[in-house]
Every structure is written in C-alpha cells, then in structure tokens.
Design a binder for this molecule. Sequence first.
Ligand SMILES: [Mn+2]
Length: 319
Amino acid sequence: MNREAMRRMRTPCPLALIGAEVGEGASDAGCKWGAQALRERGLAAHLHRAGRQAHWAGWVQAPGARDAAGRLRAVERFNAELAQRVLAEAQSGALPVVVGGDHSCAVGTWSAIAEHWRPQGDIGLVWVDAHLDAHTPASSPSGAPHGMPVAALLGHGTPGLTSLGGWAGKLQPDHLVILGARSFEAGELALLTSLGVRVMYMPEVAQRGFAACLAEAVAQVRRHTVAWGLSFDLDALDPADAPGTGTPVAAGIRLADAMGALRACAADPACAALEVVEYNPRHDSDGRTAQAAFDLLAAMTEPGPVADPPREAGRTCLA
Ligand SMILES: [Mn+2]
C-alpha cells in the first residue's frame, strides 16, 4: 500500500460498547453474565492497547423471570430499553458495539439501527451463527427467545419483539445473509425458505472458505441498503476455539479464519454497528472464549482502506 493510501486509512468511529445483560432468552441463562465477565477481563483496555477508541457507553439489564411467558416478557422489555440505548449511541456518531448476553439482544440492536437509518433507506445484516435463530413462539420447541431474533427482525413473532419503535419488518429478507448454520429445526428453516433468505450452511463455508462466503454476504447486504451490520454469535466458532458459548455445536468456523476475514470490516463507512453475543463464562474455564471475543472485536475494528467510491450515506470518521 502506498503512502497516500496509508494516509487515507479509515479508522472506525469511537466504539461505544454496550453491555447486554440478558440470559432470559436462553434455557441456560449463563450468557446473562457474559458482558460483565468480558468487561471485568478488560475488553475496553484490550481495545485501547490495540489502538482503538473504546469505552463502555451503556449497560442494559433484563429483569428476572420465573417461567417461559415471563422470560419472553422480560426479553421484550429488555429489548425496548436496549434499542433506546443503541439508537442514542448511533445518533451520537459512535459505532455501537453490543456485547451479549444471549442472542435475543439482536432484536433491540438491529431494530435501533433500522430505526436510525430508516429516513435514508433499508439496512443489511450479516448473521454469523451455528443456528438460524428464526423461530416464532409458534414454531419453537423450547420457547427460548434467543432462537427468535431473526424471525422477529423479519417481522414474524410477538408484537413485543417485531414492532419495537412502532413498526415491523426491520429487515428485508434479501438484505440478510446467515453464515455458518449447522443446527436448526424444520419450522425456522421453513420460514426462511418461504422468505427466500440466503443461508450459507457450514458445509458451504467449509468448502469455499469463510473469507469468500463473508465477502459474498457483505456484498449482498450492502446492495440496495444504506448501511449494514454484523451480528456474530460466538457459537458459530468451532468449540475448540470457543467452548464457552450458550449452545456450542461441533465443526464450526475456526477463529483464525474468522479474524482474517473480518479484519477491518468496521472501517467500511457503511458499517453501522457490531454485535458479539452468547459468551457464557460458566463454560469458559481457561478464558479461551473471552480471548476469542477480544481478538474478534479487535480484528473487526482495525483501520482499513477508504471505501471506493465513497458512499453518500454512512458514517464519516476519517483518520
Ligand atoms: Mn444465535
């Protein structure tokens, strides 16, 4: 890279870390303590050492719940609050980085990003996950809301999740790509198939490589949208690299491949937010999974070349 190109390296906006303290969405509530564990292990300091501007900008806690109906209500209330927090950070010009928490927090995160960009156009979303997370309460065998955020963002499910901000359909089906799926149920698959959502299942990712699949996914979600984001469920990673997740599934994406492919993805001015979820400290005895989350976030937020041609929409933080 020549000197002029180096000078024009784009640094992501200051990172506004938002703790999503929610485990009510999952059968194993251990992820509720994931964000706090990552904060105590020094996530912000790790990003500082890597040269990023990062601070904890917000913290949202889900109320406790006793039964399945109570958990769904708790997740709905939590997401309404999280969405307000994420929207405020997006409006301030920071890059919201939501740290989970179980994956039900994605409803609040991406509802807020959709709301923020709505006057200009649609948003896109890359969803990296071992699961499809596309259940509705009617199709879900477990009733666990962390299996529902994709459906909710597409406008399917309970109004408390689909209609944050007073409108539903935060994502159009062709503005979403799911990567790394390898464990799912018939009901959620039927919904995504009927909507025509592109899913790159794990055999395709293994065959083509994560980098090639990610590049295609990002290109698709950037098409006909004004901004896009990344929701990364740590259970997409191979359990050898990330055993401490809510619902580990064998034979996933290797951490080194994910880091290489995601390097500097947030330097794209059209990248509107990041989310890393499902860290379960109870299953991370040697800290390997926390380190994976740190390394992934540092890679995603590396400075990168200025997008060419410059986009009219998007954030405007140039180094
Ligand atoms: Mn998930």
